[in-house]
Ligand binder design. Structure first.
Ligand code: NAD
Ligand code: ZN
Length: 250
């Protein structure tokens, strides 16, 4: 991994967008999407339509969330998340777009206003009608005691974990913010994403079309490697450890 070239890209820029995917959280103990112990092999996805139409699926979805949030409460961020924090602090307009739903960037201290959680978060719920946000506790308690899952107390709409399910539309405002960020900032740094899940995989293309620079750090090759200004095939933790220990960004 060419650390010097990476630092050089950061120092040349005056504003940076960072895009993180499941690969930044594997060192914290959450398997990524496609690995052998892939997230969705143990957490069979529930499609949005199924959630809407089936109470059984809603209960299953809440049970999955109970298991996931238990796991998330037992793990913590790693040096990759710390490196992201460090880079975000360098220039005022820097922004993080994450596909992760695990809340580990928040745990690492990144402020909410610096993060676009493009696929939502597993740590809250919201009403599908009026979008009211809820803490998870009351839903978890209902499930644990075999009680009916509460509906929204403001509009009686269905309440679901605030992640984007398969078949569910993303929040257009979040996507607009992400597109704006990558087309305005000088540099896009991708950390731990296969760059095949749409529409997020379109963001590097938008950055390039706007004449911005692109750096990718991922264990495996991505479809954008040939277009990137710098590709580092390796572990994010190794990159982060080297940079943080060298204090070169302090
Ligand atoms: P992905 O699984 O498609 O790609 C992750 C990439 O990270 C892979 O190419 C892998 O080679 C690489 N990788 C794994 N460990 C790495 C490491 N230590 N260092 C560097 N690279 C590493 O993930 P994606 O592109 O984020 O898409 C997955 C989708 O599933 C997203 O929509 C996301 O919302 C969801 N998801 C989220 C989580 C999470 O919140 N932690 C976990 C799994 C899946
Ligand atoms: Zn509501």
């Amino acid at each position: 991994m060419d650390i010097d070239a990476f630092i050089d890209e950061i120092k040349k820029a005056t504003s940076i967008s960072i895009l993180t995917g499941a690969g930044i959280s594997t060192a914290s103990g959450i398997p990524d999407f496609r690995g052998d112990d892939g997230f969705w092999k143990t957490n069979k996805p529930i499609y949005f339509k199924e959630f809407i139409h089936s109470e059984k699926k809603r209960i299953e979805s809440w049970k999955n969330n109970i298991a996931l949030t238990k796991k998330l409460s037992e793990i913590t961020f790693n040096t990759g998340h710390t490196l992201v924090n460090k880079i975000l602090s360098l220039y005022r307009d820097n922004i993080l777009i994450t596909q992760n739903i695990d809340g580990l960037h928040h745990k690492a201290g990144t402020k909410t206003e610096k993060i676009i959680e493009i696929h939502g978060t597993a740590l809250r719920a919201n009403c599908l009608e009026c979008k009211k946000i809820f803490e998870l506790q009351r839903f978890h308690t209902a499930i644990k005691f075999n009680k009916p899952v509460p509906d929204c107390d403001a509009c009686s709409g269905l309440v679901k974990v605030a992640t984007i399910s398969f078949g569910q539309s993303m929040d257009p405002l979040k996507m607009q913010k992400a597109v704006h960020a990558v087309s305005q900032t000088d540099l896009l740094i991708v950390l731990g994403s296969s760059l095949v899940v749409q529409p997020v995989a379109g963001l590097p293309r938008i950055a390039l079309e706007n004449g911005k620079r692109l750096v990718i750090c991922n264990k495996e090759p991505t479809p954008f490697d040939i277009h990137a200004n710098l590709v580092m095939n390796g572990n994010i933790e190794d990159l982060a450890n080297k940079i943080l220990l060298s204090h070169v960004l302090d």
